[in-house]
Write a protein that binds this ligand. Sequence first.
Ligand SMILES: CC(C)=CCC/C(C)=C/CC/C(C)=C/COP(=O)(O)OP(=O)(O)O
Ligand SMILES: [Zn+2]
Length: 401
Amino acid sequence: MASPVQFRSFNEKYECNDDGNFSFSSTEQKRIEAMLFENYNSLVLEPFESTGDADLSELTILRQKHTAYLLRYLKNCPSSYATLDASRSWMCYWAVNALKILDAEIPADVVQNIIAFLKSCEHPEGGYGGGPGQLAHLAPTYASVMCLVSLQNEEALKSINKETLFKFLKKCKHESGGFYMHEGGEIDMRSAYCALATCEVVGLPLEQISEGVAEWIISCQSYEGGFGGEPYTEAHGGYTFCAVAALVLLNRFRLADMESLLRWTTRRQMKYEGGFQGRTNKLVDGCYSFWQGAIFPLLDGEMEREGRSLEKGLFEARMLEEYILVGCQSIHGGFKDKPDKPVDLYHTCYVLSGLSIAQKYSLARDGKILGGDVNILSEINPVFNVTVTSEQFAKEYFTSH
Ligand SMILES: CC(C)=CCC/C(C)=C/CC/C(C)=C/COP(=O)(O)OP(=O)(O)O
Ligand SMILES: [Zn+2]
């Protein structure tokens, strides 16, 4: 089992690992490994496992800082985010989901503002755009609906026009089995996942938009075992999450080549950093803590449902906790891709989502999580990436509305 102590001896490995290969990626890889090593050294840590209750105070999740950062951005986003004008509904989802995972209170006026803002993004003919008056598109539709679900608030759920939403989802269906991102737009794995997850979370009839989609998804499983965005493209964690979650929603997971999927996914966790890369020979990035990390509970859930035996959680959960708390947390609030990157809402959401998954597996394995019980995050449902309590609240609401 990995511990910070193992990392202390990393310098040796780092030194002897110099094979004279100076490609851009390998230089970057070494630079990041060195940064992480420095971060470890700057923490005065007692061995976590040998003492049981070592002083890991520096690995505490800085909840107040993160909450303040997220609420600040929800209220007043800096001008540097202007390029994300078509992703404003995403920004709401990232911030709200992160706050819910942190179990932070969202002030009533902020909740009201989000509901009103997302209503203004809802297209009169169904679905949501990234901002008011923008084209309806499956990505912001998924983000808006998941944000409203995350809020765990009846008014938020009531604001969703299910009738026009369903019309929009049906309009995006393509004869190949996949979905257009928007009318006449691109067809890729994100749209399949966004359409199915949105449909299911609000209790609309999934079977009416499901024809041929499982087969289309399977046609995107690459020779490596992960899934690409379209048939014959490179396996990538983001698309593989979308594919696996969509197959789970369709109850067609058994169509996938499980062995190569498992081999590909487990090998995306990097041994030095402990975090995941998105694809072969690329750098570790905190957001893949969710995109790759969520594949494990999805696989485990399917294996359990089918009564097939497979060791649960075939990844190093504690190593992932370490990468996140040592490498991705900013002391000023927010999480990042890797130590020398700035924080952003996207990474804050997906790093926390991945950490919540890692904690669940660590707790199951030895009853402990890094930083101690004060660090416990809300559990998420990996199919939708909203908290379990939010998803259950929505499920109950939509059975009668
Ligand atoms: C629900 C939804 C919309 C999901 C999106 C899933 C997702 C994150 C897809 C990733 C797409 C992709 C090829 C990124 C590569 O970026 P890069 O080349 O900058 O990163 P890399 O070097 O880590 O591969
Ligand atoms: Zn990232």
